[in-house]
Design a protein around this ligand. Structure first.
Ligand code: MD3
Ligand code: FE
Length: 226
C-alpha cells in the first residue's frame, strides 16, 4: 500500500498551517534579522522571472576602480543597477553592456522584499534596484560597506539561492571583529537602521551541487538606491 492511497481525504483533516514550518528568525544585530527559509514558498514563482532577467542582462565580471576583476558575476534589474568600472562604483539606469535600461524589477521580487522587510520591522519597503550576484566555487566578496545609495533610511533585503555560503557580518569599522553566518537556499536577510552601514562580505564559495541551481550561489540584493 502506498502512503498516498487515501490522499486528499486524509490531508483534508489538516489545515495548511499544520504543514508550515515555524518561522525561524535569527537576530544578527539590533536591526538585522535572518529569516530562515522565508523565500522557500516563493522560489518556484521567482526562478522563471530570474531566468528572464538574466536572458536580457547576463552575468558579467566587472572591473573595480583599482583594476581588479570581481570574482562574483553581476547583473541587475529595476530602475537602477549597481555597476563598477575603472572610473568608480555607481548606480546607473542603463546597463553598460547592452546600453539599454536594465530589465524591470519583477513583481514577485518586489512582493518578497516588501514582505520580508515587514517581517523584520521595516514596513513599506519599496525597492527600485535589485543587484544579482553569481558565485561559482572560489568566488568571494571582500569586506565592504554599501554606501552608493542616496538614502540609508531604507533597509536592504537579500535572498540566497543555491549553494550555501558563509556571510561575514562586521561592525562600523573594517577592523571590528566579524561574525560568521551560514546562508542557505531560501534564507532572507534584512539589514536596516543602525546596522545599515556595517561592514560585510562573503567567504570563498565551496564546491558543491544544488538540486535547483547546480554549481553556484545566486544572491539577490534589493535596495532603495535612488
Ligand atoms: C549587510 N552581497 O552585493 S548579502 C552586496 O551575499 C553584498 O552577495 C552579499 O554584500 C552577497 O553588496 C551579502 C547583502 C548585503 C547587502 C547590504 C548590507 C548585506 C549587508 C548592508 C549592511 C550590512
Ligand atoms: Fe554589500
Amino acid at each position: 500500500m502506498h502512503c498516498n492511497d487515501d490522499g486528499p481525504a486524509t490531508l483534508g483533516l489538516f489545515s495548511d498551517s499544520d504543514l508550515q514550518q515555524p518561522a525561524r528568525v535569527e537576530v544578527l544585530g539590533p536591526q538585522s534579522r535572518v529569516l530562515r527559509g522565508f523565500a522557500l514558498p516563493w522560489v518556484e514563482a521567482l526562478l522563471p522571472q530570474l531566468d528572464a532577467v538574466l536572458a536580457a542582462a547576463p552575468f558579467r565580471q566587472m572591473q573595480t576602480p583599482g583594476g581588479f576583476t570581481m570574482s562574483v558575476g553581476l547583473s541587475s534589474c529595476g530602475q537602477l543597477g549597481w555597476t563598477t568600472d575603472r572610473s568608480g562604483y555607481r548606480y546607473s539606469p542603463i546597463d553598460p553592456q547592452s546600453q539599454r535600461p536594465w530589465p524591470a524589477l519583477p513583481k514577485v521580487f518586489q512582493e518578497l522584499a516588501e514582505a520580508a522587510a515587514e517581517a523584520a520591522g521595516f514596513p513599506g519597503f519599496a525597492p527600485d534596484s535589485c543587484l544579482i550576484n553569481c558565485y561559482r566555487p572560489g568566488a568571494k566578496m571582500s569586506l565592504h560597506q554599501d554606501k552608493n545609495e542616496r538614502d540609508y533610511s531604507a533597509p536592504i533585503v537579500s535572498l540566497s539561492l543555491g549553494l550555501p555560503a558563509i556571510f561575514l557580518f562586521g561592525g562600523r569599522q573594517r577592523s571590528d571583529k566579524s561574525q560568521r553566518v551560514a546562508l542557505l537556499h531560501g534564507d532572507v536577510v534584512v539589514w536596516g537602521g543602525v546596522d545599515r552601514l556595517r561592514y560585510h562580505g562573503v567567504l570563498a564559495l565551496k564546491d558543491g551541487h544544488h538540486p535547483l541551481l547546480g554549481q553556484q550561489r545566486i544572491n539577490l540584493t534589493l535596495r532603495r538606491a535612488g
